[in-house]
Ligand binder design. Structure first.
Ligand SMILES: C[S@@+](CC[C@H](N)C(=O)[O-])C[C@H]1O[C@@H](n2cnc3c(N)ncnc32)[C@H](O)[C@@H]1O
Length: 444
């Protein structure tokens, strides 16, 4: 029989099994953070062919896996007596994604196992381990209840972080912090006015410090009030420092490390004449767009704060830091930062703090803050500044300035919020970021 031309046409490739593209993307996101040391948000911004639902699922799996990676690796290590061979990154990530879904997400075990095995089979070098992947993941599914019962959230923390936090806050508090970080945080908004009204409209609640808190809010840009510029996203803890400058109406205020502008917006909404300074022009583009949406008028300056001229009534210094207080919303921080970062950033913080006395008018106030849980980026920085700069004195913060929440005030009068400070029976609305803030006055 003569074969007709179309008989030779290659058959169209069958579509991948449902759910596989999202798992593959989750693996890529995890590898971007753990192998290429890229921030998760940056990797999430890359274009993909995935539809909205698959993108959301990939993000959820990757964020949960990064949040629980220490625990997942421990569970795997207990079942892989010989460990995994080197040089097969996808084998490990596929197993991590499988365990993450079996233990922490609402995915049927058979689907989690099947999709992980398919990802291993698709990797030329790893495919010989498909049987092992199947056996290990099925075993974890079988023993799930027992495994979940024996988990300790401390295992999620990288060893350097765990040791430092235990030294600073004790083991019980560190375990409580880790437990809060194990859960996706709620979304907090800072509103221009009428927090109770916006909480009502958006189906949320008002935190003791006046932020509006939403759980599972969906697409932020679709929420009422976003387009009108009535509010902006800002963790409840991050909203505390700008308020510590008190009534800023009519004052000239320099926001020295301003982008993307959460605190700039608070100061401008409070009537200050704000100069928003940041050395990153790219991040300032976001600040400018944010201020436009919020209809707030500020002077934007791309400059190194270390070289800024001028004298201001007040200063906000939200210094670059290790961001270890933001692990709840940014679990990649646990895998990207190290003790070396804390030390290097500490030197930058000290240099920026040294600028305060020359930029402030006599009697002027400054607030220094960081979203770090490391005392070296908080309390120790202020103690060292007070010891070396005779022009700067501490202006202790009182509990009544932050809704009477006395447990966030240190004996010296500085603010130290811990993610575990706002427990709630529903973990989806509990906690806040770890922040440090101190208020200083330049001697008259
Ligand atoms: C913690 S973020 C600021 C967050 C911002 N205050 C907010 O509330 O949205 C720190 C910022 O400091 C900026 N930065 C770091 N060193 C700086 C310097 N020497 N001068 C000016 N900006 C600096 C970084 O580019 C980064 O945008």
């Amino acid at each position: 029989m003569v074969k007709r031309f179309h008989d030779h046409k290659p058959k169209p490739k069958p579509p991948p099994p449902a759910g596989l593209p999202a798992r593959r993307r989750a693996c890529e996101l995890i590898e971007a953070v753990t192998l290429r040391r890229r921030p998760l948000d940056e990797a999430l911004d890359e274009p993909t062919d995935l539809d909205q639902a698959d993108r959301a699922l990939a993000r959820k799996i990757a964020a949960t896996a990064l949040r629980r990676l220490g625990t997942i690796e421990k569970v795997l290590a207990e079942r892989l007596a010989k460990g995994l061979p080197d040089g097969l990154p996808r084998l490990k990530t596929a197993m991590v994604v499988g365990v993450c879904q079996i233990l922490f997400l609402d995915v049927p075990d058979y689907a989690a196992v099947d999709l992980a095995v398919r990802m291993v089979e698709a990797d030329k070098k790893a495919k010989g381990f498909a049987g092992l992947t199947n056996a290990v993941l099925r075993g974890i599914g079988r023993d799930k209840a027992e495994i979940l019962e024996g988990l300790d959230p401390l295992d999620d923390l990288p060893p350097w972080m765990r040791e430092r936090w235990i030294a600073a806050y004790g083991i019980d508090t560190t375990r409580a912090i880790a437990a809060i970080q194990a859960v996706e945080p709620p979304l907090d908004l800072t509103v221009k006015a009428d927090a109770a009204g916006w909480a009502d409209k958006l189906g949320g609640s008002v935190t003791p410090t006046g932020s509006v808190r939403l759980s599972a809010p969906g697409a932020i840009t679709e929420l009422a009030g976003f387009a009108e510029g009535e509010w902006w996203v800002q963790d409840a803890a991050a909203a505390i420092p700008a308020r510590l400058l008190g009534n800023v109406a009519g004052l000239t205020v320099a926001d020295l490390c301003a982008a993307p502008g959460g605190k700039t917006a608070q100061l401008a909404a409070g009537g200050a004449k704000v100069t928003a300074v940041d050395r990153s022009a790219r991040r300032l583009e976001r600040l400018t767009a944010n201020m436009e949406r919020l209809h707030l008028d500020v002077t934007v300056l791309a400059a190194d704060a270390l070289e800024l001229p001028g004298i201001f009534d007040a200063i906000l210094l939200d210094a670059p830091c290790s961001a270890t207080g933001t692990v709840r919303g940014h679990p990649d921080v646990m895998h990207l930062k190290s003790m070396t970062d804390v030390e290097g950033l500490g030197r930058q913080q000290a240099r920026l703090l040294d600028r305060l006395s020359s930029l402030l008018k006599p009697g002027g106030r400054a607030v220094y803050c960081t979203c770090s849980l490391e005392p070296e980026e908080g309390e120790r920085q202020i103690e060292a500044l007070l010891a070396r700069d005779p022009l700067m004195v501490l202006d202790p913060i009182r509990a009544d300035e932050i809704a009477g929440i006395a447990d966030v005030i240190t004996p010296a009068g500085m603010v130290r919020t811990l993610p575990s400070h706002w427990p709630a029976s529903d973990p989806a609305i509990a906690g806040l970021d770890g922040f440090f803030a101190a208020r200083l006055i330049r001697r008259p």
